[in-house]
Design a protein around this ligand. Sequence first.
Ligand SMILES: [Fe+2]
Ligand SMILES: [Fe+2]
Length: 271
Amino acid sequence: MHAIPVRRLTFEVPEPEQFHPIYMANHAAVSYNFTGLGLYVALLEPFIVKSLRRVLDRVTDAELREAVDRFCRQEAQHYQQHERFNAVVVAHGYPGLEARIERLAEDFRSFLEDRDDRFRVGFVEGFEAYTTQGALEILESRVCDHPRTDPAFGHLFRWHMLEEIEHRNVAFDIYQHLYGDYLYRARMCWFAQRHMQRFIGDCTKIMSAADVERYGERCRVRPIEKLVLALRPWPKHIRSMLPGYSPHGYVVPDSVADLSARYTAMADSAT
Ligand SMILES: [Fe+2]
Ligand SMILES: [Fe+2]
């Protein structure tokens, strides 16, 4: 099996009437953070696939070409599954959420139409340099296995984070192969990561406000939690922007290989 397997899995999406927004470890801030991420990637990942497919012909290394192709196919699976879960979230009714999602969609449309390949590949790498670190943290925290985590969402995010780790080198390698400009890469890390954090922050605010009204104080994200959410990304931002950064240097725990094998075994197909 290739190190970046393309799996097709069947995920059971919660019924709309059973959905509760505090689905991750019974924790409001954590749950909204995951929901914001799920909403973001459903629009980011189609952008990733289109951006990299546009430059694939310029990749002269056959091994990297295959890795990029597999990377795109993994991302395509991710956004298709997130779209199904996101429909349940949006149907829960959040004033202002659909407008914010539309603004995000407009950003990606303009990145595809008005920006150049270097911007797009840099953006993809800027995002991936952050999410690989986030994915390692999330799997290590075992939040997806928490007894108060909705198993359907736990399954979705565990699988997604696993595959982010599996394809962690690809965006960096294609950026280096085509451009290799350190300063521009650092700038795009900053731009892409702040773009995502702003969106997640806005979603958290919108959803928490609506949910406090209907479910009470357990849905409030307290000021200290907002501060933690704002500060927590910083070590990941800085690490990804340092000269000499490379995802090839990550120490991946043995448990990730076990998880890869588990998800391959449970997939409807894996190639
Ligand atoms: Fe993904
Ligand atoms: Fe990814």
